[in-house]
Design a protein around this ligand. Structure first.
Ligand SMILES: Nc1ncnc2c1ncn2[C@@H]1O[C@H](COP(=O)(O)OP(=O)(O)O)[C@@H](O)[C@H]1O
Ligand SMILES: [Mg+2]
Length: 309
């Protein structure tokens, strides 16, 4: 069974903005699914519809085998959502926050305490029990927020940008927690993110969307094959040299399209070996000092940039 199936979904707000425009996607049970897209793509609109806050304008949505519009109340008991703003009460302790959440979901006291202790353990929160919640860092608050959302043992957990603004250590801890949720609790995770690296490292499936509809959906590996051809990278000692060489390439008009990132130029290698030889010869003829030249596999970033332009 699929966890979520979205078919030809449209959402038009009252002001006329069409935030979702014929969107279709599928989420498997037990996977981490990442929704990637530029600002305004419609990610939050979709989360708001899937979590039953907004009504779709048209289209069909199935959650855990049931029609979203016909089974709103049942679906609400099966899911949970950590929105971008955390829903922690600073005046309550960590334990009180967790217990409060368990009562909202009508989990009985004995079960709630058992679950809470196990979640505190799994989420590495026990060392924070003795401090007031108001003193927690943003990363720890977010961790507590997600732990709270797990008290009801949801079958699907929605996370809107769970690691935005986190330092590397907190982000890595959050990645481990998300994997734990999937692997130990068998919860399906539906997350939105701006970070390609995050989608690549965590997800079983990624869906890239733009202007309200999906561009492509697949495993990180299959998406990387999406660009089909490999990429030729030429490395330089600094950014200035990189730019100068890119200008010479444009003037010479020998390549269809080039990209610059850091101190490298990236070229679509339409015919791997031939492109490599042409470019290599040209660089030597023009006596352009480069540090490296190699054919590489596309990264998720290349795929993303290509698709979203
Ligand atoms: N409540 C709303 N009323 C009207 N327009 C909205 C509302 N929420 C979002 N939008 C518009 O819908 C589009 C998609 O927004 P959103 O779903 O927030 O995208 P994302 O989360 O990918 O940045 C944007 O153009 C945004 O301005
Ligand atoms: Mg958003």
């Amino acid at each position: 069974m699929l966890a979520i199936e979205v078919d030809k979904l449209f959402k038009q707000y009252k002001n006329g903005v069409r935030a979702l425009d014929n969107l279709s996607l599928k989420v498997n049970c037990g996977e981490i699914f990442s929704l990637l897209g530029p600002n305004g793509a419609g990610k939050s609109t979709l989360i708001n519809i899937l979590t039953t806050f907004y009504k779709p304008t048209s289209g069909n949505v199935t959650v855990l085998g049931k029609n979203l519009c016909k089974s709103i109340f049942w679906i609400r008991t099966q899911i949970s959502c950590a929105a971008q703003r955390v829903s922690i009460d600073d005046h309550l302790s960590l334990m009180e926050n967790m217990l409060f959440q368990s009562r909202l979901y009508k989990v009985d006291n004995v079960t709630a305490r058992k679950r809470i202790n196990s979640l505190i353990d799994s989420f590495g929160l026990s060392q924070y029990l003795k401090y007031p919640v108001a003193s927690y860092s943003g990363g720890i608050k977010r961790r507590l927020d997600i732990a709270m959302n797990m008290v009801s043992m949801p079958r699907i957990l929605f996370l809107d940008e769970p690691t935005v603004g986190m330092d590397i250590a907190s982000r890595n801890a959050m990645w481990k927690i998300m994997q734990k949720i999937r692997d130990e609790f068998k919860t399906t995770i539906f997350l939105t993110t701006h970070y390609l690296e995050e989608a690549d490292a965590l997800s079983n499936t990624i869906c890239i969307m733009k202007e309200g509809h999906e561009l492509v959906q697949g495993t990180p590996e299959s998406l990387k094959k999406y660009t089909k051809q490999n990429i030729l990278r030429i490395g330089f000692s600094d950014k200035k040299k990189t730019r100068e060489c890119a200008e010479m390439f444009s003037k010479a008009n020998i390549l269809p399209s080039i990209n610059i990132r850091e101190s490298s130029i990236f070229i679509d290698a339409l015919e791997n070996q031939k492109t490599f030889e042409t470019v290599n010869r040209w660089l030597l003829e023009k006596k352009i000092p480069f540090k490296a030249i190699e054919i590489i596999e596309p990264s998720l970033e290349d795929v993303f940039l290509k698709l979203t332009n």
